[in-house]
Design a protein around this ligand. Structure first.
Ligand SMILES: [Zn+2]
Ligand SMILES: [Zn+2]
Length: 341
């Protein structure tokens, strides 16, 4: 089968690899859609997957058609599915406490698209209990968006956003926009989204993602929002992992505010601890999602209570994947989410 492998920094190669074979246990699907995620871009830049894995077939936001149902008696050939790209061990302290999203053995497990073959390929082998059958009302592109929608839901739940909360979201990429959508669903009274990229700012504004969109670099932003929110935000969800954005979020929170770190940066960062301490800010970090959150994301998409498809700005195929990564990494891309299909 055809697949795209990460051969080195910024090097994607369309290759022939062995098609996964039925083993009576795992589910094999024909991939019909697979999104490019921010973490794929991190891997692309470094040339290696999670834990430094070489030759990775990336792609963990996928949908497909069952080719072999493995040990899942409730699935049949031709069923449309997606799956949680997780492989919790079930035995470590995190798994035993129910936090399978932060399994301590993750680096040694097989996580599709992160350290084992993912969805930028024609076929994919999946851990059976992670596979989810799709309702007819969810199309393939929407199904591929369930994963980032679940990431955002986990962030909003961890933030404990309640009706009446004022929320700042920094970063107008897919996760920031999806966090804004979930925050609204959870009853946030006022949502401000900050972004520095002109296209992404306009996109957020045109799609009614938040109550107001601000340029994070605008010197008037702090005084404006202090007035609007009556002293600062209850919650800030930071998705960019940029030092300036984290510090701006800290400064914009009211005393006892909650800061959620949802972005990733591999480097040591300069954070204004004096602001965090002086205001007794609660800081939490989020990783992936729990199965119930993934299922909730699919339910909400099926019921049209969250619109994920509007974030998909273009599609490509396996041969165009390299160019799509180049575009997203350029910083000048007029794209929010690109789906390979
Ligand atoms: Zn993702
Ligand atoms: Zn575990």
């Amino acid at each position: 089968m055809k697949a795209v492998k990460l051969k080195g920094p910024k090097q994607l190669e369309l290759v022939d690899v062995e098609t996964p074979v039925a083993d009576g246990k795992n589910v094999i699907i024909e991939v019909t859609a697979c999104g490019i995620c921010g973490s794929d871009l991190h891997y692309w830049h470094s040339g290696r997957g999670m834990g430094g894995v070489y030759d990775l077939i990336m792609g963990h936001e996928f949908a497909g058609i069952v080719v072999d149902s493995g040990n899942r008696d409730d699935l049949a050939e031709g069923d449309r599915v997606t799956a949680l790209p997780l492989d919790p061990c079930g035995l470590c302290a995190a798994c035993r406490a129910g936090h399978i999203n932060i399994c301590l053995k993750a680096l040694k497990r097989s996580i599709p698209g992160n350290n084992s073959p993912g969805g930028f390929s024609e076929f994919l082998k999946l851990r059976p209990d992670m596979v989810r059958k799709l309702p007819d009302t969810v199309n393939d592109i929407q199904a591929a968006m369930a994963e980032p929608a679940a990431v955002a839901l986990h962030a909003v739940r961890t933030a404990g956003i309640c009706p009446g909360d004022t929320v700042m979201i920094s970063g107008g990429g897919p996760i920031g926009l999806l966090c804004a959508a979930w925050a609204k669903i959870n009853g946030a009274a006022y949502i401000a989204l900050t972004e520095i990229n002109g296209f992404r700012k306009d996109f957020a504004a045109n799609n009614g993602a938040a109550d107001e969109i601000f340029d994070a670099a605008d010197p008037d932003f702090p005084s404006q929002v202090i007035k609007i929110t009556g002293g600062g935000f209850d919650v800030a969800i930071e998705t960019s992992a940029a030092d300036a954005a984290i510090n701006l979020a800290l400064m914009m929170l009211k005393p006892k505010g909650r800061l959620i770190l949802a972005g990733i940066n591999a480097h040591t960062q300069a954070i204004l601890t004096i602001v965090a301490v002086a205001r007794e800010i609660t800081q939490k970090s989020v990783m992936a999602y729990l199965p119930e959150e993934f299922d909730t994301a699919i339910d909400y998409i099926a019921q049209k209570r969250i619109d994920v498809e509007k974030l998909v700005t273009s599609t490509t195929d396996l041969t165009g994947l390299g160019a799509a990564f180049e575009r997203l990494a350029s910083g000048k891309s007029e794209d929010i989410k690109i789906i390979c299909r």
